[in-house]
Structures are given as C-alpha cells and as structure tokens.
Design a protein around this ligand. Structure first.
Ligand SMILES: NC(=O)c1ccc[n+]([C@@H]2O[C@H](COP(=O)([O-])OP(=O)(O)OC[C@H]3O[C@@H](n4cnc5c(N)ncnc54)[C@H](OP(=O)(O)O)[C@@H]3O)[C@@H](O)[C@H]2O)c1
Length: 291
C-alpha cells in the first residue's frame, strides 16, 4: 500500500506496507527450533501466568525476576509440562547484570527468539507528597529496565535477522490520569519508544509489539484502593496476551472495552477531559482541604 503525501516540492509517495521486502508472516509457533522465550517479571502476576501457559504449550521459557525462590517454585510446578523453564534471577534495573544474563541465557539455553519485557511496578504519584525518588524508581524499573533488556537483545536479533520483542506498557500510558503522574508517564514513554522503533524493526525483520493491558487482577492491582472497571483474571489475561503475541497486531490490548473507552477519552477537548478525570481523584485524605 502507498500513502500519497503532499509538500511544497510536490507530491511524494511513501510506501507504508510492507515496510521492507520481507513479509513478517507468522509460523504456527511463536519461536523457531531451539529458540527460547525470555520473560521478565515472571515471578508474579501476568508474567508468571504467561510463563506457565507458554511452558504448558511446549515452549522453552527463560524466566527472570529478582526473587529466585519464587521463580524456582514456579519451575517446580511446571516440571512435568511439555515445555521447559529455566530461571535466571535478575534485577532489570542493573544494566550490566542484564547484559550478563542475556549472554548466560543464550549460551546455556538457546537464542532468545522472543523477549517479553514485562517487569514493572506501580506506585501512586500525586501533587501532594510529590517525590522525585518515587518517580525515579518508576522510571528506573518501568522504562530503564525495559531499555536495558532492549540494549542486551537487539544486537543478536539484528545479527540473526530475526526476533520478536514485546514491550508491556499499559492503557494508563494513553493519557494522564489522577494518581498516575509517575506510572502513566513511564508507560507513555514505552508506548512512544515502541512506536519509534517499530518501522526500523520491521525493516530489520524483528517483530515488535506493544502490549497495553487494562486492569488485571495481580499483586500489583491488589494494592489499588479504587474500583477497577472490567478487571480481568490473570489467566484470561495471559491467554489474551499469548493470542496477541501470535497475531500480527502491533498493539495488543485486553480487556478491549476499557482500552476503547480510554482511546475515545483521549480524543476529547481538555475542558471535557478534565471534567471527567477530576472525578477520578481519590477522596481527600489526612483531613486536607480540597484545593
Ligand atoms: N495488573 C494490571 O492491571 C496491569 C495493567 C497494565 C499494565 N500492567 C503491567 O504489566 C506488567 C506486570 O504487572 P503485574 O500486574 O503482573 O505485576 P506484579 O504481579 O507486581 O509483577 C511484577 C513482576 O515484575 C518483577 N519485578 C519487579 N521489579 C523488578 C526488578 N527490579 N527486576 C526484575 N523484575 C522485577 C516482579 O518480580 P520480583 O519482585 O521477584 O522482582 C514481578 O515478577 C507491569 O509492567 C505492569 O505495569 C499491569
């Protein structure tokens, strides 16, 4: 398909599909042969559920998170499944450790065919008690953790001329929502980064996907004091994520209803947008007056 664009110099044609000579059509499998799937944040919540599902479907999964014992319990639980899981404990905010772990996985277990960069966390950031330390911690994990992994896996994928990257962001990255001044900013950053890298990755025959979950019941959301519309259970979320990874879609969203509502909200003019998001402010705490 070609897009016709106009500029002062006249009309130019920009080829928008396919982005390169190679068609990224899928095999039946997410990865080829002895390639493995590296999942960060595999000790809990969505990452753990996706790791379990993939191992039960016969894949070889390299599972990473900080808690070794929790990963080893998972590995024991999956010992009789058709696939294989090996644990590679790591703190993704540690740049050098991430690079070393990537080398260890590839020499010990096999080439990383798919990197599911899922490790992340949430903490409230509001105007009251605004803390640079809280925002820095969120950026270090949610953005730089993912960036460290990308730097580690990209050169080998580019050299092999194949690979699959999936960045777990959030629908919270679509717009600024009350209490999410830190988390939302990190997830918006990941969305932007994925969009920026996608055309080049297409050209390099690397499939890059952006995963934007809505609310999924995990230890992360168990801390939320507010009602969570369309809250999904974690096994349904894992199935939706794997179906998305098998698809050709750039953006994988679940539950879809929440994502579509938020995408529509994003299009509203600011006065209307803030009239709605103001209602999401939590009830005043500490007896503080409402500004
Ligand atoms: N649940 C939702 O509703 C929802 C919605 C949108 C997006 N998401 C995103 O989905 C991803 C997973 O969330 P979840 O709900 O499954 O959360 P979770 O249950 O809290 O799991 C987070 C995972 O990240 C790992 N992790 C935390 N810090 C790490 C670090 N420094 N290095 C390596 N691993 C680290 C944790 O393991 P250790 O503690 O062992 O390190 C854990 O395995 C996150 O990126 C989150 O932002 C979740």
């Amino acid at each position: 398909m070609v897009l016709v664009t106009g500029n002062r110099a006249g009309i130019s044609l920009v080829q928008i599909w396919p982005a390169s000579g190679k068609d990224l059509s899928l095999n039946d499998r997410l990865v080829e042969g002895r390639d493995c799937i590296w999942i960060t944040g595999a000790s809990s919540g969505i990452g753990r559920a996706v790791a379990s599902l993939l191992v039960s479907r016969g894949y070889r999964v390299a599972a990473s998170a900080r808690r070794r014992e929790t990963l080893e319990v998972l590995a024991q639980e999956l010992a009789n499944e058709t696939g294989e899981i090996r644990v590679y404990p790591i703190d993704v905010t540690d740049h050098d450790a991430v690079a070393a772990t990537r080398t260890e996985i590839e020499s010990d277990f096999g080439p990383i065919g798919l990197a599911l960069l899922n490790a992340g966390t949430h903490r409230e950031v509001m105007a009251r008690d605004f803390s640079a330390e809280d925002v820095r911690a969120l950026i270090d994990l949610n953005v730089m953790g993912c960036v460290n992994c990308l730097e580690a896996v990209l050169p080998e994928m580019i050299a092999r001329g194949r690979g699959h990257l999936a960045l777990v962001s959030s629908v919270a990255g679509y717009m600024g929502l009350p209490t999410s001044a830190g988390y939302g900013a990190t997830k918006a950053g990941l969305i932007n980064m994925a969009e920026a890298l996608k055309p080049e990755c297409d050209r390099l025959s690397i499939k890059l996907q952006l995963i934007n979950p809505g609310f999924v019941k995990t230890p992360l959301t168990d801390r939320n004091p507010f009602p969570m519309p369309f809250l999904m259970n974690v096994d349904d979320a894992a199935r939706a994520m794997v179906a998305g990874l098998e698809s050709r879609r750039f953006e994988v969203i679940f539950p879809r209803r929440l994502a579509y509502i938020l995408k529509a909200l994003r299009l509203l003019p600011y006065p209307l947008f803030f009239a709605l998001t103001r209602r999401l402010l939590p009830v005043q705490r500490h007896g503080q007056p409402d500004g």
